[in-house]
Write a protein that binds this ligand. Structure first.
Ligand code: SF4
Ligand code: SF4
Length: 66
């Protein structure tokens, strides 16, 4: 399952440098992981603890920036 970024993302952009397939991109309110691109390699890390794996507290996360 793809990684997800929670709504408290502070848009620092650090996680984008970790991703080998460029699955993470910026949207107006936060950065998001494209579930169709993420290969679940586990290389991405958020220094603020805003990245996780589906499923846990799914309603807390966006996958399309809505
Ligand atoms: S998920 Fe974390 S590392 Fe990525 S942009 Fe948001 S705050 Fe920064
Ligand atoms: S798990 Fe891997 S492929 Fe998915 S967003 Fe993180 S670094 Fe990118």
């Amino acid at each position: 399952m793809p990684r997800v970024i929670d709504k408290d993302c502070v848009k620092c952009g650090a996680c984008t440098a970790d991703c080998p397939v460029e699955a993470i991109h910026e949207e107006p309110e936060q950065f998001v992981v494209d579930p169709n691109v993420c290969i679940d390699c586990g290389e991405c890390h958020c220094p603020f603890g805003h990245m996780g794996k589906i499923p846990f507290d799914f309603n807390k996360y966006r996958t399309q920036g809505k």
